[in-house]
Write a protein that binds this ligand. Structure first.
Ligand SMILES: [Zn+2]
Length: 99
């Protein structure tokens, strides 16, 4: 029987055959998948992924880019969205600015 802390289903279990012929149970933490952009589906750059236990040791800035929608949308999609939003605004001459 394994340790009580490893009996949880949050750990991944793999049966491994040793060179001596024994069948042993290897318990490892689950891995986080490669993060992808929610709009285009391409893998995100600058994001950490792997074992969740090791991910906790990373600093926040090394886990995801420090920008709006960092870790959710890729930089290409964000640039397109920002440009589209900015171009909706009226031309600056239309503002009532008195000098
Ligand atoms: Zn994208």
């Amino acid at each position: 029987m394994v340790r009580p802390s490893l009996r949880s289903t949050t750990h991944k279990r793999v049966k491994v055959r040793t060179p001596g012929g024994r069948l042993v149970l290897h318990v490892s933490s689950r891995k986080k998948d490669l993060p992808i952009c929610s709009l285009c589906g391409k893998p995100l750059r600058g994001t950490a992924f792997g074992e969740i236990v090791k991910m906790r040791k990373h600093s926040l800035s090394s886990k995801r880019p420090n920008r709006y929608y960092g870790g959710v949308i890729c930089h290409r999609c964000l640039a397109v969205l920002i440009k589209a939003e900015v171009r909706k605004l009226p031309f600056p001459h239309s503002y009532n600015i008195t000098l």
